[in-house]
Design a protein around this ligand. Structure first.
Ligand SMILES: Cc1cc2nc3c(=O)[nH]c(=O)nc-3n(C[C@H](O)[C@H](O)[C@H](O)COP(=O)(O)OP(=O)(O)OC[C@H]3O[C@@H](n4cnc5c(N)ncnc54)[C@H](O)[C@@H]3O)c2cc1C
Length: 536
């Protein structure tokens, strides 16, 4: 720490989550002098791991990285040159519908093998779905992983499949995941592969948007698997930090950004809680949650009242409760098909998922929670001693319920659900820790109320509505300030795109047409956030 010191940088990045690290690397690659300030004592935000029990590495937050594998941004950073290695479980994921040992849906990296497990009719349908992905997947991803409005991705789609099929694809992607499953498959197993993956976002299975999520994750899992970094999630952040440092970025931990100074409508300096001041020549990239940026870091008079009112309607995603276990032996699943899967979706069948979502949306702490689970030693043998398992499961509390009592009750149910599906599980627990919503937020301010995605993934807060009605871009109402966290488009997940888009926007505004760009953006934002006629 450098209390009381003042220095200067072309760009200051506030927050050293993976998006902040990506932004720092991208800017430093172009020769900018970059200073990154991270509040915690280590980099990575929600991409970190720790030894919670001797010999057992636990991923403290995120754990599986299909979005990283598919991300052109992370691929371009060549993190393998900075020590990152990936590992895969024998099977990508499994979703047992019931505890009685009935066959589970299992996703394998080999699509023929996945199809075989789904029976002849649904197996064929699965292969057709994969063929559709082969045709459109990269163009859809390109449309999502770009600043709004997307141009190249949709054009590529139109060229490839024509307007009539593009229209049908748009309808298909707008389906709720339950309806999508019903239209595609006769049996529950294949439907669960979509619906369970839809459960990674806080979109009820009967709401539009859940289909897109379920389809995207299932198809990414089919194409790339659900890879994990060898040695723990922290190895991904470590590689990113090494990559950014190698490019010349100055990275600091223990430095919480406390205040951003604005003069003449532009960012001029960042102050930290330790008394450090960094003067800004060109840009600030904020890898912080949108409410924190606009309410806490910026001076009130830099944020138009209309934008502040929009922020009052900002919705977090649902609070999370996570349980980590060190197990003396692997989990004794009643259904042996589940044993080889890295990710396990468990606790709810198709209808159970609808009931679970209804609990979440109606303020009821679920008695039958749906769990996302990780069998980490199954995915990466380095995570714990041979013959043991490092595992976790997380689930959600209802919106607006994040207290410790509710969290502890739900955590208890988590263990009970696993015991139902794997009798004898509890006897194998050597060590158990619970991360309540308050613990998650204390470890990383962006995980406010235990939210995992930087704000809800529902339609009303996506694209031009993310984080508030706006341009769907990283530019903000303050010149030289860019939002580069998961609160920005395209939202939660470890893909690096939010940080990359913020860095690209900063570079573009310093480029040849930069002045014009800034004028157009400012005019658009001014129109958006001026007082409504009734208030004038
Ligand atoms: C329990 C859990 C499980 C998840 N599972 C997955 C998964 O398996 N796969 C996946 O792709 N995604 C997963 N996610 C989502 C994913 O981890 C996040 O969307 C992603 O990490 C967000 O990255 P970020 O850089 O925007 O923010 P974060 O990773 O939250 O990083 C923000 C950083 O900024 C720092 N910070 C905040 N405020 C300040 C400040 N004022 N000054 C300085 N520093 C500050 C924080 O300390 C933190 O280090 C999961 C998330 C959680 C919580």
């Amino acid at each position: 720490m450098n209390s009381g010191r003042t220095d200067t940088a072309d760009a200051v990045v506030i927050g050293g989550g993976h998006h902040g690290l990506v932004a720092a690397a991208v800017l430093a690659d172009t020769g900018w002098d970059v200073c990154l300030l991270e509040a915690a004592e280590s980099f990575g935000g929600a991409v970190r791991s720790a030894e919670l029990h001797p010999g057992f590495t636990a991923d403290l937050f995120s754990a599986f990285y299909p979005l990283s594998a598919a991300s052109p941004v992370l691929r371009a950073l060549e993190l393998d040159r900075h020590g990152l290695r990936w590992a895969h479980a024998p099977a990508v994921l499994a979703h047992p519908a019931r505890p009685d040992g009935a066959p589970a849906a299992v996703l394998h990296r080999d699509r023929e093998r996945t199809a075989e497990g789904l029976g002849p009719r649904d197996g064929e349908a699965w292969l057709r779905l994969c063929a559709q992905w082969d045709q459109v997947g990269d163009a859809v991803l390109r449309s999502v992983f770009t600043a709004f409005p997307p141009v190249r991705g949709p054009l590529a789609l139109l060229r490839r499949i024509g307007t009539a099929e593009a229209l049908r694809l748009a309808r298909f992607l707008a389906l709720p995941v339950r309806r999508m499953g019903e239209e595609l498959f006769a049996g529950e197993a294949a439907r669960l592969l979509l619906a369970g993956n839809g459960g990674h976002a806080d979109i009820p299975p009967d709401a539009p948007g859940s289909g897109l999520f379920g389809w995207l994750l299932a198809m990414l899992g089919q194409q790339h698997g659900f890879p994990v970094p060898v040695g723990g999630a922290g190895e991904l952040s470590g590689a990113l930090a090494r990559r950014a440092s190698a490019a010349g970025a100055r990275l600091h931990t223990g430095e919480r950004g406390e205040r951003i100074d604005v003069r003449g409508g532009r960012v001029v300096a960042v102050h930290t809680a330790t008394g450090r001041t960094v003067r800004v020549r060109r840009a600030v990239i904020a890898d912080v949650a949108a409410p924190a940026l606009y309410r806490d870091l910026l001076p009130p008079d830099a944020v138009p009242p209309r934008l502040r009112a929009d922020l009052d309607r900002f919705a977090w995603d649902t609070p999370t409760v996570k349980v980590n276990w060190a197990l003396r032996e692997p989990i004794p699943w009643a259904n042996p098909g589940v044993a080889g899967a890295g990710t396990v979706h468990v606790g709810a069948d198709e209808r159970g998922l609808v009931r679970w979502a209804a609990d979440i949306e109606s303020g009821t702490v679920p008695d039958a929670p749906f769990l996302l689970m990780g069998q980490m030693t199954t995915a990466d043998a380095t995570r714990s001693p041979a013959g043991t398992e490092s595992a976790w499961a997380y689930t959600h509390l209802p919106r607006g319920v994040a207290d410790d009592d509710a969290a502890d009750r739900l955590a208890e149910r988590v263990d009970e659900v696993v015991e139902e599906f794997a009798p004898g599980f509890r006897e194998r627990v050597l060590h158990r820790t619970v991360q309540r919503p308050g613990d998650l937020q204390a470890a990383d301010a962006n995980l406010a109320h235990g939210a995992v995605g930087g704000g809800t993934a529902q339609l009303h807060q996506q694209l031009v509505f993310r984080p508030v009605p706006g341009l769907g871009r990283a530019e903000t109402v303050v010149g030289g300030l860019y939002l580069g966290s998961a609160s920005a488009h395209p939202g939660g997940g470890v893909h690096g795109v939010c940080g990359w888009l913020a860095a690209r926007a900063a570079l573009a505004e310093q480029g040849r047409l930069g002045a014009l760009r800034r004028r157009v953006t400012s005019a658009a934002l001014e129109l958006l956030y001026r007082d409504p006629p009734s208030a004038r």
